[in-house]
Design a protein around this ligand. Structure first.
Ligand code: CTP
Length: 171
């Protein structure tokens, strides 16, 4: 069983491809206002979670809110795929700018699980090939996360591991 002793003041990047369970994990372990979801921000700025050309507006809004929270010393969780280094760099920079620890919780599930979940979803109208591309990006990234600046990296590799993980807050 994975134990995640989370620093009380941290910027937590939940990293994982679509359907890896980031939103489900966030809802289980964090408060509603602690979690900033890219889907939610896309919907706020455009009326739908799926408006792809709303990414710029959605992420600039998300980073803005994250910065305001970190200024107040509030733990903040970013629920976005973050499988590309340039996306993660924004998060590490944001944490550093506010003197807060950037930490990563990675959901790296087997492709068979991801494919089955993706097929069962009606709310993700893109092809399953997207999942494959995201997974390739993610797996290329894994070894370098500490070098990118994440001070702690926890990687969950199975459904069972995700289900049984315990998150505690440490001062
Ligand atoms: N799911 C599941 N079992 C879990 C976790 C999630 O069957 N233990 C299902 C959810 O019901 C949902 C899908 O998998 O239909 C994706 O879960 P979600 O938490 O939304 O994954 P995300 O990684 O947040 O997906 P996305 O990036 O597409 O928002």
């Amino acid at each position: 069983m994975t134990q995640i002793p989370l620093p009380e003041l941290a910027l937590v990047a939940l990293i994982g491809v679509s359907s890896s369970g980031k939103t489900t994990f966030a809802a289980r372990h964090f408060g509603a206002y602690e979690v900033l979801s890219s889907d939610h921000f896309r919907a706020l700025v455009s009326g739908s979670e799926h408006t792809l050309d709303a990414n710029e507006a959605a992420f600039s809004s998300l980073y803005h809110v994250a910065a305001r929270r970190l200024e107040r010393g509030l733990l903040t969780v970013v629920d976005a795929t973050s499988v590309r280094a340039e996306d993660r760099r924004r998060l590490v920079d944001l944490a550093r700018a506010h003197d807060v620890l950037p930490v990563a919780i990675v959901l790296d599930l087997p492709r068979s699980v991801l494919d089955a979940r993706h097929e069962a979803r009606l709310d993700r109208p893109f092809s399953g090939a997207v999942i494959g591309r995201q997974q390739t990006d993610l797996r290329r990234s894994l070894r370098g996360l500490s070098r990118e600046g994440f001070r702690h990296v926890w990687t969950l590799r199975s459904v069972d591991d995700v289900e049984t993980t315990q998150v505690t807050r440490v001062p």
